[in-house]
Ligand binder design. Structure first.
Ligand SMILES: C[S@@+](CC[C@H](N)C(=O)[O-])C[C@H]1O[C@@H](n2cnc3c(N)ncnc32)[C@H](O)[C@@H]1O
Length: 135
């Protein structure tokens, strides 16, 4: 699996043709070789946690998901959210091969920023999927 890494990677779990790496994706992606990956699936933070409430099964429940879903006690600004999305999407683009694919799940809270970030970072969006074209 050395084909993916340009510097030493700490492997959390390994099988014959599978490796699981646990860590900060900003650090992990920078340790990976450019144009080495065929497909990325990402489920990034939604940034919907703002101490608000929603209705679930007729009950009032907090929208907060966890500390990973906000930048500060006050939540996340549109600018912070978009900067974060552009940063990880840029790193993904570097490691993806030409004509490869990225699949990203999201909610209405983050998906428009993600869509804009994908276009700003040079991805081509095809229907509900997103594909990568170089050049
Ligand atoms: C929407 S949740 C995805 C949950 C996941 N699909 C699951 O089923 O457990 C977003 C996840 O991204 C993680 N996360 C946030 N920033 C990260 C980063 N820089 N590197 C790696 N994971 C990160 C959060 O801890 C959180 O678990």
């Amino acid at each position: 699996m050395d084909v993916f890494y340009k510097s030493k990677m700490s492997i959390f779990y390994e099988m014959e043709d599978t490796q699981l790496i646990l860590g900060d994706s900003f650090k992990i992606l920078t340790k990976m070789k450019p144009e080495s990956v065929d497909m990325i699936f990402a489920d990034p933070p939604y940034f919907l946690s703002n101490d608000g409430f929603t209705c679930q099964g007729g009950k009032m429940v907090s929208v907060n998901k966890g500390s990973w879903d906000k930048f500060s006690e006050n939540g996340t600004s549109i600018e912070e959210k978009h900067k974060f999305n552009r940063k990880w999407i840029r790193l993904c683009r570097i490691v993806l091969k030409p004509n490869s694919t990225i699949w990203i799940s999201g909610t209405l809270h983050n998906i428009y920023s993600i869509g804009m970030a994908l276009e700003q970072e040079g991805f081509k969006i095809i229907n509900n999927g997103v594909s990568q074209e170089m050049g």
